[in-house]
Design a protein around this ligand. Structure first.
Ligand code: SF4
Ligand code: SF4
Length: 126
C-alpha cells in the first residue's frame, strides 16, 4: 500500500503511525482548559468531569497527576517513548484540535515548543 505525497510515492512503513504515540509532550507542557459544556456532567458533554477541576466560572481544567505536577492525569506511559490518552475518545476539544497534523509528523509552533520543553526535537515534516 502506498500514499502519494508531493508527486512521489512513500511506503506506509516510512510514515509514522502517529508521532504523538511516542511523544505526549503537550500533555505535560500545557494545562488543558475546557468549557464546562464539554463535561459529561453537562447535557451533551463528553469529558469525564471526575478528571477535571474548576478553573473559572465557565471553564474547567484537566487535573494534574498527583506525582507529576503539570502532567495531565489522563496521560499514561512514558513521555518521549510510548504514551496514550486514557480518555482519547472523550478528550477535550482543545486536545483533539491541537496541532492537527502532528500525528502525521508535521508539528507547529506549539507542538515544537512542548517537545522542546520535554527535551525532544521538533517534529519537522515528512
Ligand atoms: S501534538 Fe506534538 S507535542 Fe503533542 S503529543 Fe503530538 S507530537 Fe507531541
Ligand atoms: S486529556 Fe488526553 S490528550 Fe488531553 S492533555 Fe490529557 S492526556 Fe493529553
Amino acid at each position: 500500500m502506498h500514499r502519494l505525497r508531493r508527486g512521489r510515492q512513500l511506503r506506509v512503513s516510512q510514515i509514522p503511525d502517529s508521532a504523538c504515540q511516542s511523544c505526549g509532550a503537550c500533555c505535560v507542557a500545557y494545562r488543558v482548559t475546557l468549557p464546562r459544556v464539554e463535561l459529561d456532567s453537562a447535557p451533551g458533554g463528553w469529558v469525564p468531569a471526575a478528571l477535571t477541576e474548576p478553573y473559572t466560572a465557565t471553564t474547567a481544567c484537566m487535573r494534574e497527576h498527583p506525582d507529576a505536577p503539570g502532567r495531565c492525569i489522563a496521560l499514561e506511559g512514558i513521555v518521549g517513548v510510548a504514551v496514550r490518552c486514557a480518555i482519547y475518545s472523550q478528550r477535550p476539544s482543545a486536545c483533539s484540535e491541537f496541532a492537527p497534523l502532528s500525528a502525521l509528523g508535521h508539528g507547529d509552533d506549539a507542538c515544537d515548543a512542548a517537545r522542546r520543553r520535554c527535551g525532544l526535537p521538533p517534529l519537522g515534516g515528512i
